[in-house]
Design a protein around this ligand. Sequence first.
Ligand SMILES: Cc1ncc(COP(=O)(O)O)c(C=O)c1O
Length: 422
Amino acid sequence: MHFDDHKITESGNSRLSRSMPLVSFGDSPVGLGNRIDYPLNVCSIGRRERFNAYQCLKKGEIGPAGHYRDQFEARFAELVDAQHVLAVSNGTTALHLALLLMNVGPGDEVIVPSMTYVATANAIRHTGATPVFADVSLQTWCLDPEDVAARITPRTRGIVPVHLFGTLADSALLEELAHTHGLWVVYDAAHAALSTLKGIGSGALGALSSYSFQLNKTITCGEGGALAINDTALFKRAQRLRSHGMDYQTRFLLHEVGYNYRLSNLHCAILCGTLDCVEEIRKRRADIAEAYDKELAGTAGLVFQPVIHDQKREVWLYSLLCDPSSGVPSRDTIMRDLARLGVETRPFFPAIHRLSFHRLPPKKGRPLADLPVSDFLAHHGFCLPTHMSMTPDDARQIARFLKQLLAGRDCGLKRDVANGAA
Ligand SMILES: Cc1ncc(COP(=O)(O)O)c(C=O)c1O
């Protein structure tokens, strides 16, 4: 078995020895002492990753260039079906580099979904451009092309669709829209390293896709990222920008102001170890999702992540919504009660258009953008445990807890509370 011991939770502690809140609602965190039976995400460092890392350490090859970096870039390009891949320090810097390659800057507007991790919008702000938030569609949970069209202005330069929770955004419609208006498209594929459309990897979509290998991702080295590039001239410039604007072959031949966005050979060694196990990762995660799907099928009050024709999505975190119109307890109540039963969950991202520091500068009469689907997902969406150290049986047990809570049964919670567990 590849995934054996070394298990680390999302917060960096070793499994089952954690004493911290499982969910936090405002001022009233719900804690369980040491009892987390079902952590949300456990990072498993397997034998191959450890072997590769040890080789790097033994030879002192832990710097910014080296055999594992070259190998990782070539193998990840093959995995996501991209022409080129550049390993970088994280997913945010990958996105920033992609935007710099599109020459975006102050005065420009870039359309982005409100329902994403804040890093997507932050990277746009790092260039000096303004993120303009568009809504997502209930059919995909990704950018709604119609809403994007309504937000295009003479200042719009590009669109950054996000493949949320592994579902690939509607690239055909978005690329067509971009083409009609002379815009570029850069994909945020942080959740979609293993997603495919008609059997082709996510890195084949458009010219540029960014990836994250942060601790909670399906493929991880703790912190890391990559940019998939389907244009050789852009790739050459990206190589320079990654390393202070320096010529890739000739030392100290400097061309422009660049960045230090390099990823170490040691990180790439870990990633190469994980790439050896991609099929095992796909299968285990698909089995977990299938166990949740089957056990939860037909449960009143739940809305499942949309299934899109021709797509196989990466199973990152199993994600679903509590439908408020069906009379079941609220998402927050369900999450709190699951926490009391030892199940760690997490809400969807906050809708970014609501964050004061990301709102468009107030203009007279301009109301806050109306993005009802993003708000709906932010209020009602939550993620269940999904990782390589759990089994489909674990998923079935969690699903049974969830079903009982939705049906208004307390699963012994009152007894636990009386015993001082909550
Ligand atoms: C959708 C999305 N985009 C970008 C990022 C940023 O990646 P990183 O944390 O590696 O900078 C993340 C998460 O980490 C993400 O979830």
